[in-house]
Write a protein that binds this ligand. Sequence first.
Ligand SMILES: Nc1ncnc2c1ncn2[C@@H]1O[C@H](COP(=O)(O)OP(=O)(O)OP(=O)(O)O)[C@@H](O)[C@H]1O
Length: 243
Amino acid sequence: MDEPQEDARSHAVFRAQAITKVYRNGAVEVYALRGVDLDLYEGELAVLLGPSGSGKSTLLNILGGLDVPSSGHAFYRDWELTSAGEAELTRYRRHHVGFVFQFYNLIPSLTARENVAVVTEIAERPMTPEEALGLVGLEGRLDHFPAQLSGGEQQRVAIARAIAKNPAVLLCDEPTGALDSQTGIRVLEALQRVNRELGTSTAVITHNAAIARMADRVVRIHDGTIGSIEVNEAKLEPAELSW
Ligand SMILES: Nc1ncnc2c1ncn2[C@@H]1O[C@H](COP(=O)(O)OP(=O)(O)OP(=O)(O)O)[C@@H](O)[C@H]1O
């Protein structure tokens, strides 16, 4: 009877337990997270869906070691992030987590290959920039500068940069937020390919419900709490999505 639960727990790459986050601006307190419990499983593609201001970015930033909660505990495998110091969190971010944000933050004076090399040069077990860019379908754009690439291509360079260090987890904050749907779908295909071929546990946060249909699991967030968590029995391919 206890076995499935034990099994699922041992395969959690992240565990968040009773996470709260309160931002204080002078006398004003904003409750961004109000007691969030969530596991992210090894190898899954989870979509965290919620309206603007519901706390999605705050949760992702805590799991990625970019922010700390006001109370509660967060674990990466058996390691507790919430009791780690700054230097440990920096190492954690550098070696285990890939981030993709809405705006690609590429260095304009470097080519696609060089933008990825910036990360592979400091990683422990990197793939080559050519391998990473090939995985996102940009093998023909290695020597292009960001200004010579479309928005979707720039986002795929950002994905290549995030995965080139072979991170265990990829955390994506509105990765298609700045893109039209056709371009966004190419970006989602790149994320799906990374998830399938490298087994990278992937969390995508979005307010776009269409994207949830490609997820293994859909986590709905409302007003700083988890509203529901559903296994998606009828997964769609990115090309079948429309918004
Ligand atoms: N640094 C901060 N200082 C004060 N309040 C903040 C800060 N960061 C976030 N908040 C507040 O916390 C709440 C949750 O914000 P968060 O960015 O996590 O939501 P979100 O669901 O990711 O929204 P969006 O989709 O618009 O990015 C919001 O009310 C936001 O205004």
